[in-house]
Design a protein around this ligand. Structure first.
Ligand SMILES: [Zn+2]
Length: 189
């Protein structure tokens, strides 16, 4: 490539703009996510204590999960088999890798108020359920949700978090039911 006065004149603004974007947009965004992940990792042991206090679940020193805060698209791709850009999933526990994935922004049914904390306590219930062998005791995976929602609601009350973060009662019931036992609710014949 030959440099003429015009292209040389463009190089400095481009370098400047790139540096600006990296320093003031990209790096702060990355460090903000890292800070949140570190904070959530730090409060995880207390949350596990809380869950074992109010439920029959026990914690027997299982390695703590790694927390990932991710964009909606990534969360949807991880939670569904077919990729999609938008979904109502706030987070999920990957029991194979022992990772908890949480969205960087609230779902349409939730608000900012300590959103990631609320999702974390819900997913930690699944983490304990998995290690305690509850996955094998329930009739279907949906049954695991009942306790997770119960703990989530109690934590919200205890911490004085915005009650909007609670899951709607009817939705909680429906999403805790096994599909084959309630075919009409799930639109099957
Ligand atoms: Zn759940």
């Amino acid at each position: 490539m030959k440099f003429n006065r015009f292209t040389v004149g463009l190089i400095y603004p481009i370098i400047f703009l790139t540096l600006f974007l990296v320093c003031f947009v990209y790096l702060p965004a990355v460090s903000k996510e890292n800070n949140k992940e570190n904070y959530l990792t730090a409060i995880m042991p207390n949350m596990i204590d809380y869950i074992t206090e109010i439920t029959d679940l026990e914690y027997k020193g299982y390695p703590l999960p790694t927390i990932f805060i991710e964009e909606e698209k990534l969360i949807c791709a991880g939670a569904y088999f077919e990729p999609r850009d938008t979904c109502d999933i706030a987070g999920y526990y990957d029991d194979e890798k022992n990772n908890i994935h949480i969205r960087n922004t609230p779902t349409i049914y939730m608000v900012e108020d300590r959103f990631q904390e609320v999702v974390l306590i819900h997913e930690l219930v699944h983490f304990l359920q998995y290690h305690e062998g509850v996955y094998e005791q329930v009739e279907c995976r949906q049954n695991l949700e009942e306790l997770a929602y119960e703990v989530q609601d109690k934590y919200i009350d205890l911490q004085g978090i915005d009650p909007i973060q609670k899951v709607d009662g009817l939705f909680a019931i429906i999403s805790s039911l096994c599909p084959h036992k309630h075919p009409i609710l799930f639109g099957e014949h």
